[in-house]
Design a protein. Structure first.
Length: 119
C-alpha cells in the first residue's frame, strides 16, 4: 500500500505562483510514476503532469507547458509541482497520484488540495 499526502494549495491572483508538494509513504518503488491531476467544477478529471522517478522523465498536458514544472522534492519520495503564471482556468482540486510502471492506470491517490486563481 502507498499513502499520498498533498500540501501547498491556496488562493492566488492571476499571474501568481503556487507550489504543490506530495509526500509518498509505504510501499514505493524507484520505478514508480508520480502524476498530478486536477478536477474543476463541471469538468472531467484532467491529467496535468507526470514524473518517472527512475530517469526523471517528465510529461505535461499542453495547457500547462512552460508554466508548470514537476520535479522530485527535496525530501525522499516527494514530488513537487511548481505552478507559475497561473490563470483562472487553473482553478481546481489538484490530486497527486502514483502508478506502478507495469500498471495501465494510476493506482494510488491523495486526498486533493484546492487551488483557486482569481482574475
Amino acid at each position: 500500500q502507498v499513502q499520498l499526502v498533498e500540501s501547498g494549495g491556496g488562493s492566488v491572483q492571476a499571474g501568481g505562483s503556487l507550489r504543490l508538494s506530495c509526500a509518498a509513504s509505504g510501499d514505493t518503488l524507484s520505478s514508480d510514476i508520480m502524476g498530478w491531476f486536477r478536477l474543476a467544477p463541471g469538468k472531467e478529471r484532467e491529467f496535468v503532469a507526470a514524473l518517472i522517478w527512475s530517469d526523471s522523465e517528465t510529461h505535461y498536458t499542453d495547457s500547462v507547458k512552460g508554466r508548470f514544472t514537476i520535479s522530485a522534492g527535496n525530501a525522499k519520495n516527494t514530488v513537487a509541482l511548481q505552478m507559475d503564471s497561473l490563470k483562472p482556468e487553473d482553478t481546481a482540486v489538484y490530486y497527486c497520484a502514483l502508478k506502478r510502471h507495469w500498471s495501465a492506470q494510476y493506482d494510488y491517490w491523495g486526498q486533493g488540495t484546492q487551488v483557486t486563481v482569481s482574475s
